[in-house]
Design a protein around this ligand. Structure first.
Ligand code: PGA
Length: 257
């Protein structure tokens, strides 16, 4: 973790909660405690339809992002939402290439176009990548390198400074036992990720790009993930919908220098 950089915790609400009223209530509770954080920014990524209402309630170090955007600027793309529309409604981040979208067929090429769209419209892309499974031969390492290189193929050196990466090992996402990757293993992966970035963008930029961790992060494993894993923050699913645990999590993240 870069000591001078602010930390970022992004909440991915996925297709939750079921009603706008609840979304607003949860968001307001998060706003109460996120305002007390000193060195941590929080971005909540709700379903598209909640973005404008929650953006109106955002402010300070709490902002709103979308969970996806189209790779196209405008036109005949039924059901799609453009980066420009999302930005116009007050969002400033967008998740791109989440594994649940990749599982629906999203390719690295599409991820690459979406990153360009986000940057063109002033949204900070939170670009997700991560292996499906691990094996002793280390094929997951090759898979990660290929996924990262292809997803970032359109990103120039200058643009690379504006992106956020989220390493999310797919086997660790949404686990019933809440078992995240442990901090020591995560740190090894982080070094490997930085090495790939170094090859793509050079040393200075490789260490400047924030890398978040995602996958069953809870208030219970936050300390290990942040301290041992040395990441710049987290992409959080379930825990970001439970204000009590989320508050504890954010306090821990904020306490780590
Ligand atoms: P989880 O989800 O924290 O519920 O595992 C993380 C994610 O899918 O981004």
């Amino acid at each position: 973790m870069n000591k001078k950089r602010r930390k970022l915790v992004a909440g991915n609400w996925k297709m939750n909660p079921a009603a706008l009223l609840t979304a607003k209530e949860v968001f307001k509770r998060i706003k109460k405690f996120s305002g007390k954080l000193k060195s941590t920014d929080v971005v909540i990524c709700p379903p598209f339809v909640y973005v404008p209402e929650l953006a109106k309630l955002s402010g300070g170090n709490l902002s709103v992002g979308s969970q996806n955007i189209s790779g196209e600027a405008a036109g005949a793309y039924t059901g799609e939402v453009s980066a420009g529309m999302v930005a116009d409604l007050g969002a400033n981040h967008t998740i791109i290439g989440h594994s649940e979208r990749r599982a629906m067929g999203e390719t690295d090429e599409q991820v690459s176009s979406k990153i360009t769209m986000a940057l063109t419209n002033g949204l900070t892309p939170i670009v997700c990548f991560g292996e499906l499974a691990r094996d002793d031969e280390g094929t997951h390492l090759e898979a990660i390198a290929a996924q990262l290189k292809d997803s970032l193929s359109s990103v120039t050196k200058k643009e690379a400074k504006k992106i956020v990466l989220a390493y999310e090992p797919v086997w660790a996402i949404g686990r019933k036992d809440n078992k995240a990757m442990n901090g020591k293993e995560l740190y090894e992966m982080l070094l490997y990720i930085r090495k790939i970035l170094l090859g793509l963008y050079g040393k200075e930029i490789a260490f400047e790009i924030p890398v978040l961790y995602g996958g069953s992060a809870t208030f219970e494993n936050t300390e290990d993930i942040m301290r041992e894993g040395q990441v710049d923050g987290m992409l959080v699913g379930r825990q970001s919908l439970e204000p009590e645990g989320f508050e504890i999590m954010l306090k821990i993240v904020d306490s780590i220098i």
